[in-house]
Design a protein around this ligand. Structure first.
Ligand code: 5GP
Length: 190
């Protein structure tokens, strides 16, 4: 099978990585396809099964773990499991496309270690933890408790930034989008 490139975007929740990933998916010249993760949480807002995530039960998720069907998985938050199914990557490679991931830092680094040459691992850095808090509250799709859980995790995640191939500072969204586009364009054409 012709194996395409793997582009990983990781960052604390609220850093803007999903917005950047969506922007890149609109650029046809990059030939990207989004890796749809499996998740054991419920859909939020407008999220759609089979587009944003494969929403599955915790029980089903654990079956996939046991059957070794994941390329990587993490219990990102307590009882909230997320993972990349091996079949998902095969599906995208079979289309002759490059894969783009929006995943947590541990999962992102795991993919980088499994496919060091094929992967560009990008860390998206928010201006500050206070700004993250503000963005998560503005999004207001979650309870105060869940927001606090995400913020607590953010500091730990920020410390992993130096392990990535590159860091994009998302202080201004348009600048970050353009920087991401140039980086990915260079990597997929290499
Ligand atoms: P959210 O609940 O906000 O959609 O995602 C929570 C976190 O899980 C985010 O940091 C998101 O990037 C991460 N995530 C989503 N899919 C995966 C995955 O397949 N593997 C891992 N390790 N993390 C994921």
């Amino acid at each position: 099978m012709n194996k395409g490139k793997l582009i990983v975007f990781s960052a604390p929740s609220g850093s803007g990585k999903t917005t950047i990933v969506k922007h890149l998916l609109g650029k046809e010249d990059l030939n990207l396809e989004f890796s749809i993760s499996a998740a054991s949480r419920d859909p939020r807002g407008e999220e759609v099964h089979g587009k944003d995530y494969y929403f599955i039960s915790l029980e089903q998720f654990k079956k996939h773990i046991k059957a070794e069907e994941f390329l990587e998985w993490e219990e990102v938050y307590r009882d909230n499991f997320y993972g990349t199914l091996k079949a998902e990557i095969e599906r995208i490679w079979a289309m002759g496309k490059n894969v783009i991931f929006d995943i947590d830092v541990a999962g992102g680094l795991r993919i980088k270690h499994k496919f060091p040459e094929q992967t560009l691992a990008v860390f998206v850095k928010p201006p500050s933890v206070d700004e993250l808090k503000r963005r998560l509250k503005q999004r207001s799709t979650e309870s105060e408790d869940k927001i606090n859980m995400r913020i607590a995790k953010a500091s730990v995640e920020l410390a992993t930034a130096p392990q990535f191939d590159t860091i994009i500072k998302n202080y201004d969204l348009d600048t970050a989008k353009e920087e991401a586009y140039q980086l990915v364009k260079e990597f997929v054409n290499k």
